[in-house]
Ligand binder design. Structure first.
Ligand SMILES: [Zn+2]
Length: 298
């Protein structure tokens, strides 16, 4: 055996990532973990470059832990790191977990959801995890996880309806007018307006009925990461320099006792959202407005 490399039982099916040469790394993610991280990242970020960066950083941080979490919690900790890194990458590009992007009329319905909605949909619909586990991964209460899931399902059905109607599929003048508003782009508000119209319109209602059936069926049929994709991720990780690994680990900060990433600061949220919330709650939440102003000034 070469110097310092310890081959433990079962080590062949483990991915030995960050800086394992010369020391024992017991928390290296398994191939199954890597598949989960890739799947979550792709379906939450919906962008190959953002996903790749998040996958890399999540796997580096996971592999740098002194030991994995207990077996019942470990898969959730893995998903929590994947979630945190995807949200971090999106934030770095000005996309906050609660911001609903404007989308082109020919976009995938899923892309009009907020990152938080997409993550919840992934965890609860695709992975069928209970709300309690999803709350653990998202760092929110069980109740908030359930609320986010309901909101995500509604948003997806509305997006399928709104985008279909925006594509000029029904001979309806009101639909024409609503679809023309965004000049090829649709905001969440435009999508909601088209859906509301569909619910009341004899001509357009058919698309709302179809969307109800199609939205989640389409989501479920998306392919899982292939062996080849996972191999590419693993090969890229092996090529990283030690300096880069140390930088990622340092940036991630001290993990919590249960292995999850550090709690996210209020100021990391969408500043505009805190402004809106502060304003809508009125005088009692002057503090939230101040927090929003400070965050926007950063
Ligand atoms: Zn209509």
């Amino acid at each position: 055996m070469r110097t310092g490399v310890v081959e433990g039982p079962g080590s062949t099916d483990r991915f030995r990532a960050a800086g394992t040469v010369g020391r024992v790394t017991t928390a290296a993610p398994t191939r199954e973990d890597v598949a989960a991280v890739v799947d979550l990242a792709l379906l939450t970020a919906l962008d190959p470059a953002i996903s790749a960066a998040a996958i890399r950083d999540a796997l580096i941080v996971l592999a740098s832990r002194p030991a994995p979490a207990p077996p019942t919690v470990e898969p959730l900790v893995v998903l929590a790191h994947a979630r945190a890194e995807v949200w971090r990458q999106l934030r770095a590009r000005g996309i906050h977990p609660d911001s609903a992007p404007d989308v082109r009329v020919d976009a995938e319905a899923l892309s009009s959801l907020t990152p938080a909605e997409r993550t919840t949909l992934y965890l609860m619909t695709r992975r069928a995890l209970p709300a309690h586990d999803v709350g653990f991964i998202l760092d929110v209460s069980t109740r908030e996880a359930r609320r986010l899931h309901r909101r995500a399902q509604v948003a997806l059905v509305r997006a399928v309806t709104g985008l279909a109607l925006a594509m000029d599929l029904t001979p309806c003048l009101i639909r024409d007018e609503l679809a023309a508003r965004g000049a090829g782009m649709l905001s969440r508000r435009d999508i909601d307006a088209l859906t509301m119209h569909a619910a009341e319109c004899r001509i357009c209602v058919e698309w709302l009925r179809r969307a109800d059936h199609q939205a989640l069926a389409g989501y479920d049929s998306m392919a899982a990461p292939t062996d080849r994709e996972i191999d590419v991720v693993l090969a890229n990780l092996q090529q990283l320099g030690e300096e880069e690994r140390l930088r990622v680990v340092a940036r991630a900060g001290a993990l919590r006792r249960d292995g999850r990433p550090p709690r996210e600061s209020l100021l990391l949220g969408d500043p505009k959202r805190w402004m809106r919330r502060g304003i809508s709650l009125g005088v009692t939440s002057v503090v939230l407005v101040v927090v929003g102003v400070l965050a926007m000034a950063r």
